[in-house]
Design a binder for this molecule. Structure first.
Ligand code: ZN
Length: 113
C-alpha cells in the first residue's frame, strides 16, 4: 500500500475508528488509508463502516467530555473493533500486518477526574 511513510510503502496497518475517517491507518506514520484500495470483502467493509459510524457514542461532543454510560459504550465498541480487526487480519493475511488501536477517550477522561 502506498503511503507517505519514508519507505513509501506500508505493510503495517492498524484499525482505528475516528470521526470522518476510513477505519484503516498506516501504523508507521498514522496516515489514513483508503479502505477501497484493500482487497477486503464488501461484507467486511460495510461492517467496518458501520462500526466507524458509531464511534463517539460515548463522547458528549458539546462539552468534550464522557457521555452517560460512556465507558460501557466505548468498551463495547472496542470489543467489536477487535473482532473486526481479526477478520481484516484473516482477509489480508500474508500481505499486511494488522493490529487494533482501541479508543481510550472514556477511560482517560474518567481517570482525569
Ligand atoms: Zn505511512
Amino acid at each position: 500500500m502506498k503511503c507517505l511513510c519514508e519507505q513509501k510503502e506500508t505493510y503495517n496497518l492498524k484499525v482505528e475508528a475516528d470521526v470522518g475517517a476510513d477505519p484503516i491507518w498506516c501504523k508507521h506514520c498514522g496516515c489514513n488509508l483508503d479502505i477501497e484500495d484493500f482487497s477486503i470483502s464488501l461484507d467486511l467493509k460495510s461492517k467496518l463502516w458501520k462500526w466507524v459510524e458509531r464511534y463517539g457514542e460515548w463522547i458528549d461532543w458539546d462539552n468534550d467530555e464522557i457521555a452517560h454510560n460512556g465507558i460501557k459504550l466505548e468498551e463495547e465498541h472496542n470489543k467489536q473493533g477487535l473482532l473486526l480487526t481479526k477478520q481484516v487480519q484473516k482477509e489480508l493475511e500474508g500481505h499486511y500486518e494488522v493490529s487494533f488501536s482501541p479508543s481510550t477517550f472514556a477511560r482517560t477522561s474518567v481517570n482525569e477526574k
